[in-house]
Design a protein around this ligand. Structure first.
Ligand code: KG4
Ligand code: ZN
Length: 344
């Protein structure tokens, strides 16, 4: 099976992006279409699950057709259909799963239920080979984790957020500063342009802990904003954005570097929507250069949710012949460890 080319049609509908892609051999993207629902959810200030499901239903069939057409491949040539089975919003996941199952059944191809975070991590393989053992720093709207990967497809979570995910904290801070959803890119831009920096706390937790906490920082930002407003001050937003971004980056970078040094890791991978953060990308790049650590960061287009990353992760299961049955269910809190690929 591994000697022939593998073409995976991948589907991602875990949150507010409907995406379909065709990926060859786990690293060559033949097509990657993304229909974002951001404009729809913006008016509500966040993702409304019911609305997300309905939007996925409206666009999924067209996305699948387009992904196949743009890849210039026939359905018969596909090796498997992959779909995000979790974690994510249950109703949103279900839309992708039903579409993938129906197609897999109709054209008699294997189905591969795929973990969303494994997808974010393997987005890195769309640009470069990964070396093992490695550490992945996963920073997205729903997750903030440090993952140790001893070998390809094996995942051990060594740290995670105890409260807000980093993207969630960005979105809440952005809202307090008056930006629309999703606010991460706005805070990033303001922070990068700011000459001022307002000092904000860092949550290091226990000295040996790889866990994170961002709710204290978020509350400190909200307090600072209120105080400025009560005093009738203006123009404080850039300083807060930069202070917040510096606090987040310092903790993420320190913990990730410590995780690499205290394991046998030969590489650090950054991934997830917040990996698009310019401040984080440059701070991590600079620190890894100084420490002589090999760092992989996906290009911006593969940081936020997309189906190509799901095709990249599903390839690991395809190589081992680990397929899902048609009874595949949406798993809103699917664990990453449990999705690990069996050792060869
Ligand atoms: O991975 P993703 O697309 O969705 C989840 O799986 O959660 O991540 C979306 C998150 C949002 O919270 C968004 O604000 C954040 O990534 N984000 C950023 C930036 N671009 C996207 N956060 C900080 N700086 C950015 N440039
Ligand atoms: Zn994601």
């Amino acid at each position: 099976m591994v000697n022939q080319d593998c073409y995976i049609l991948a589907v991602e509908t875990s949150c507010d992006e409907t995406s379909a892609a065709v990926v060859k051999n786990g690293n060559e993207v033949l097509s990657n279409l993304i229909a974002s629902q951001i404009e729809t959810h913006k008016v509500f200030g966040g993702v409304v699950p019911e609305v997300a499901s309905r939007k996925h239903v409206e666009s999924i069939t067209l996305m699948l057709e387009e992904a196949i057409e743009q890849a210039g491949i026939s359905l018969e040539k596909l090796s498997a259909i992959a779909v995000t089975e979790g974690p994510g919003l249950v109703g949103a996941l279900l839309v992708g799963i039903m579409a993938a199952k129906s197609l897999a059944f109709a054209i008699d191809k294997p189905l591969i239920g795929t973990h969303h975070i494994a997808g974010h991590i393997y987005a890195n393989r769309l640009v470069q080979e990964i070396s093992y053992p490695c550490i992945a720093l996963v920073v997205s709207g729903g997750h903030t984790e440090l993952v140790l990967m001893e070998r390809e497809g094996s995942f051990v979570r060594i740290g995670q957020t105890r409260d807000d995910a980093v993207g969630e904290a960005y979105d809440k801070v952005a809202r307090a500063l008056g930006f629309p959803y999703p606010g991460g890119p706005h805070v990033d831009k303001l922070a990068m342009e700011s000459q001022e920096v307002e000092e904000l706390p860092r949550a290091w937790l226990e000295p040996d802990s790889y866990d994170f906490s961002f709710s204290g920082l978020k509350s400190a930002v909200l307090n600072a904003v209120n105080q400025h407003r009560m005093r009738g001050e203006e123009g404080f937003e850039p300083g807060i954005a930069r202070g917040f971004q510096e606090s987040v980056i310092e903790v993420l970078v320190e913990k990730a570097i410590r995780a690499v040094k205290s394991t046998d890791a030969v590489q650090l991978l950054l991934c997830g929507g917040v990996a698009a953060n310019r401040g984080l990308r440059s701070a991590l790049t600079e620190r890894c250069e100084r420490e002589g650590i090999s760092l992989l960061i996906p290009p911006f287009s593969y940081c936020t949710d997309n189906a190509a990353m799901i095709g990249a992760a599903a390839y690991l299961k395809w190589k081992q012949g680990e397929f899902s049955g048609l009874e595949l269910k949406a798993e809103p809190s699917l664990s990453l460890e449990s999705w690990s690929v069996a050792a060869k």
